[in-house]
Write a protein that binds this ligand. Structure first.
Ligand code: EPZ
Length: 428
């Protein structure tokens, strides 16, 4: 689908050019979290009055979602990182199919519109190609609340005369399913209890916004979330939390290049598993209120990583960590347990000289010398890993299909230039 958009000229084809070998020094500022902004923008449609959202990152996924809700009748004003959403005139309960397929998070329309109007339709969502991405747990939750669900030729339709609170056990603590059920339950009659819920900070951020809107939610950040449905919600002002994955990527860039960088606007609490691993590897970390300083002057030590739902090591930092491990003394083991197809960066890293062996969901990484090469970003975080690799490779690296990276990192080349990286973007 992206290939078709490129051919139509809807997406500018760009590449990043990087010359490796410079230690990063200085201060870099993290933007608001993409994965909190997307459900929160959608949740603004639950209210009867406007919401003012702050620190919304300027990313293509955000633009696509704003376009989707505008086409449904909501009024959206964007000024820099501020977005004002007025849902009063919402009159369409179906998301534009072409746009909806471009981002995974478009499925939050289902939970929100089910709560607001008792009906919603959207095409099955897209997003990064990192494995089979079912939404069975979302649909199981909607059904438990009393909705009818129909799947037909890639279109999902949900309908309910009345939603009724229920006890819902998730077989897996899915981030998306927890959010979608929470959204639908805000206006259901009675109490909904989500057991084995996901605990990610983005879910807590959404619940904080919903609470200011008037929703009654308890237990977020634990694996049991309780929602007491209410009749109406009002618009509210909310500032999005910092993006912990963007922050983690820059923290690793600092450690990798043997630099000294203050990563500003990150909550250390949200990147605990990464801080623990960087400590083990011999990196100096100084946690401050406004950010985290990362300094590394020596060799890195090998460590093992297993990705897990929060508060475990995040899958969204796995590919970047793998680049760090190519520069560590000793052999490291990485086990990916969240997504089935999240080693796509490995073949590209091998083209740069990495010594990595994959066996199913595990990868064995040995130290290697990386050299610049022409590589392709196959998904968002795989692309971020290639940028990190380019920063330490000998010579020049060219990363094609930069749009994958731009889905999740605002102005990444400018931010990295600000701490001394030799990186530029070329649009074709
Ligand atoms: C969110 O995806 C993030 N995306 C992902 O970030 C992140 O990798 C993931 O959570 C895990 O942290 C957004 O927030 C927009 P899940 P989500 O539902 O909600 C299985 C990035 O790079 N599953 O927790 O789609 C699923 O197949 C992106 O920013 C079911 O089986 O993740 C996967 O194996 C990529 N049935 C696992 O659960 C379902 O109904 C985790 O998925 C739902 C999920």
């Amino acid at each position: 689908m992206l290939g078709r958009d490129i051919r139509k000229g809807l997406i500018k084809v760009g590449k990043f050019l990087i010359t490796g070998g410079t230690p990063l020094e200085g201060e870099i500022k993290v933007s608001g979290a993409k994965n909190a902004a997307l459900p929160i923008i959608t949740a603004a449609l639950l209210a009867d009055s406007p919401s003012r959202l702050l620190d919304i990152p300027n990313l293509r996924d955000v633009t696509n979602l704003c376009d989707i809700i505008e086409k449904m009748g909501a009024k959206v004003e964007r000024k820099g990182h501020e977005v004002i959403i007025n849902p009063a005139d919402l009159n369409k309960f179906e998301a534009d199919h072409e746009l909806a397929r471009k981002l995974r998070a478009s499925y939050y329309i289902l939970g929100v519109l089910l709560a607001r109007n008792g009906t919603a339709r959207t095409s099955l969502p897209g997003g990064c190609n990192i494995g089979n991405r079912p939404i069975d747990l979302h649909l199981k939750g909607f059904k438990a609340l009393g909705a009818e669900v129909r799947l037909d030729h890639g279109i999902v339709e949900v309908k309910a005369n009345k939603l009724k609170g229920e006890r819902i056990y998730l077989d897996y603590p899915s981030v998306g399913a927890t959010i979608n059920i929470m959204l639908a339950a805000t206006k259901a009659e009675g109490k909904t209890i989500i057991e084995n819920a996901a605990r990610e900070p983005e879910i807590v951020d959404l619940a904080n916004y919903l609470t200011v809107m008037g929703a009654k939610i308890k237990g977020v950040g634990t694996d049991i979330i309780k929602i007491e449905g209410i009749k109406s919600l009002k618009g509210a002002e909310h500032r999005i939390i910092p993006d912990r994955i963007e922050a983690g990527t820059y923290m690793m860039a600092a450690a990798l290049t043997r630099g000294n960088v203050f990563v500003k606007n990150v909550l250390a609490e949200h990147v605990k598993p990464l801080i623990a691993k960087l400590h083990e590897m011999g990196v100096e970390i100084d946690e401050q209120i406004s950010g985290v300083n990362v300094k590394n002057r020596g060799r890195l030590k090998a460590v093992d990583i297993k990705t897990l739902p929060y508060p475990g090591f995040p899958t969204d930092l796995q590919s970047q960590m793998m680049v760090l491990l190519t520069q560590a003394d000793g052999t490291s083991l990485v086990i990916e347990t969240v997504w089935e197809n999240r080693f796509m960066h490995v073949d590209e890293l091998k083209r740069m000289g990495a010594d990595i062996k994959i066996d199913g969901h595990s990868a064995l990484i040995k130290p290697s010398h990386l050299t610049g090469a022409e590589v392709t970003a196959t998904d968002l975080r795989a692309g971020a890993a290639l940028i990190l690799a380019g920063l330490i490779a000998q010579g020049d690296t060219e990363i094609r299909e930069s749009y994958h990276i731009e889905r999740g990192y605002e102005n990444i080349e400018k931010k990295l230039q600000g701490i001394g990286a030799r990186i530029r973007k070329v649009e074709e």
